[in-house]
Design a protein around this ligand. Structure first.
Ligand code: PGA
Length: 253
């Protein structure tokens, strides 16, 4: 079974035009493995510049949020067509910071994934448990409760175009990484859960690990059978470190 590897940078509310320049200089030179994609999710104002700057065939750009409506009176929001017009191919949806700081719930996140798919954007759909949920052995129930509303709304066929990022909340920006074994175990659970809906879809969906992935730990994480890439925050702001992660990812062919 061939499965694409994806390394996605999540700049969050960081970066500058200068960083777009520095990062593209570093990444455009890279040898990126076959069936592997690098996606740089910049703050939306930098999309246009990023699409000019990143010239490597295996590098695309993404946004970090969208509004589920097509257009209208939604001050401050960004529509799928605007993101497309500025060259975004991917969009992060359901990041734990959107869930916890901006109160995004599973139904809204499902609507956003649906809107992205209908517009031809690939959703990088984020799921993950909190520290207390893991301690209480609720990880699997939490993941199911986050994935099910999306699967139910978009359906199995459309879900073949979704990328899932498993990001344990306790590992995001904390320097605490899930051990490769723990991450693999959770990824395998997600794939098994998806297989209950459709085995072919489950085998194809790229599952990315996120949470303090860096140049030092990426190799062991990416070596796991069900870890198909990473969603990288802090280390994606450092061209040298992010380059190491991009080179470590290898899609199966
Ligand atoms: P981190 O962030 O790599 O800084 O932990 C990951 C993310 O929030 O996507």
């Amino acid at each position: 079974m061939t499965r694409q590897a994806i390394v996605a940078a999540n700049w969050k509310m960081n970066g500058s035009l200068d960083l777009v320049g520095q990062m593209s200089t570093a990444l455009n030179e890279l040898t990126i493995a076959e069936n592997t994609k690098v996606v740089v999710c910049v703050p939306a104002p930098y999309l246009a510049a990023a699409n000019v700057a990143f010239t490597h065939d295996a590098i695309g750009t993404g946004a970090q949020n969208l509004n589920e409506n097509e257009s209208g009176a939604f001050t401050g929001e960004l529509s799928t067509s605007m993101l497309r017009e500025f060259g975004a191919e991917y969009v992060i949806i359901g990041h734990s910071e959107r869930r916890s700081i901006y109160g995004e719930g599973d139904a809204l996140i499902a609507a956003k994934v649906d809107a992205a798919l209908k517009a031809g954007l690939t959703p990088l759909f984020c799921v993950g448990e909190s520290e207390s949920e893991r301690e209480n052995n609720e990880t699997e129930a939490v993941l199911e409760s986050q994935i099910k509303p999306v699967l139910d709304l978009v359906g199995v066929e459309a879900f073949k175009n979704v990328v899932i990022a498993y990001e344990p909340v306790w590992a995001i920006g904390t320097g605490k990484t899930a051990s490769p074994e723990m991450a693999q175990e959770t990824h395998a659970f997600i794939r098994k859960y998806l297989a209950e809906a459709d085995a072919d879809m489950a085998a194809k969906v790229p599952l990315l690990y996120g949470g303090s992935m860096n140049a030092g730990n990426c190799e062991n994480l990416l070596a796991q059978a069900d870890i198909d890439g990473g969603l990288v925050g802090g280390a994606s702001l450092k061209p040298e470190d992010f380059s190491v992660i991009c080179k470590a990812a290898k899609g199966s062919i």
